[in-house]
Unconditional design. Structure first.
Length: 237
């Protein structure tokens, strides 16, 4: 029997990149998957067709929309918050509205959706947020605001792990390093710079992050909670 047969999963931000790999992996392992998309309608529809998952449009900057999507999904065994944006640049010239939008998606939506999912989550459920290795290490200019949003997830999971531990719900953050997606292409202009601080000097793949999600969602990981799971090719070593 597939590991997640009979389990319901909700992936916030599943249309592309790491989120799409997570949707594919959980569906392949037997979960009944719902995922949200914001701008990528065609990609979301294709992914839904390929995997049998249900695609729902929801913008993470709209709190009431996100809460109702999470609530309407009903009791969810595996909840993954992956949606995120990275706005980098000189803090003296970055548009403050862009920074606030990043905070809205990367922190506010992550917190509110996670708490909403936990309300009806069955005992033994799994909450997994996608953070970043930049929560541990910021070796380059221009990443203060983005890294700050990902550091916030560290204390979020530490605290929520305590709040939901009596129900055997685990809460963890996976912190990828450079991973080949639209956000950070392996052949992008910053790739060599990123590789220069890594032990394994190449981008990771979205499938590797999805495999980590699958492990954390499995029964074998029932004792792992309130923890940072870093998968970054030694970026933060
Ligand atoms: P992509 O840019 O490839 O995909 C981003 C995903 O987030 C898409 O599914 C997108 O949906 C969704 N999203 C963006 N804005 C919104 C919004 N307003 N509301 C709802 N969903 C939204 O990024 P990655 O796959 O690379 O990144 C996924 C996560 O991993 C992010 O949290 C990112 O910070 C993190 N990460 C990525 C790294 C990398 O090197 N790639 C490294 C470390 C962390 P849509 O297209 O439908 O709008």
């Amino acid at each position: 029997m597939a590991e997640f047969s009979g389990k319901k999963a909700l992936v916030i931000g599943g249309s592309r990149g790491i989120g799409a790999a997570i949707v594919k992996r959980l569906a392949k392992e037997g979960a009944s998957v719902r995922f949200t998309w914001a701008g990528s309608r065609t990609k979301a529809e294709d992914l839904a067709r390929q995997t049998g998952a249900e695609a729902i449009q929801a913008d993470a900057t709209d709190r009431s929309e996100m809460l109702s999507v999470t609530r309407n999904a009903g009791p969810t065994d595996i909840f993954v918050f992956n949606a995120g944006i990275c706005i980098a640049g000189d803090p003296l010239t970055l548009n403050p509205d862009d920074v606030d939008r990043m905070i809205d998606i990367n922190i506010r939506a992550a917190y509110h959706c996670t708490v909403e999912a936990a309300r009806s989550m069955p005992d033994g459920g799994r909450i997994i947020l996608i953070g970043s290795t930049n929560a541990n290490r910021v070796p380059f200019k221009g990443l203060a605001a983005y890294s700050m949003t990902k550091s916030a997830l560290q204390s979020m999971v530490r605290g929520l792990a305590r709040d939901f531990g009596d129900r055997h719900i685990t809460v963890n953050v996976i912190q990828p390093g450079p991973t080949d997606t639209d956000m950070n292409p392996a052949n992008g202009p910053q790739a060599d710079l990123m590789h220069s601080v890594m032990a394994i000097k190449e981008h990771g793949s979205a499938d590797d992050v999805a495999a980590y999600v699958s492990f954390l969602a499995s029964n074998a990981a029932r004792g792992i909670t309130g923890a940072m799971q870093t998968i970054d090719g030694g970026f933060s070593a």
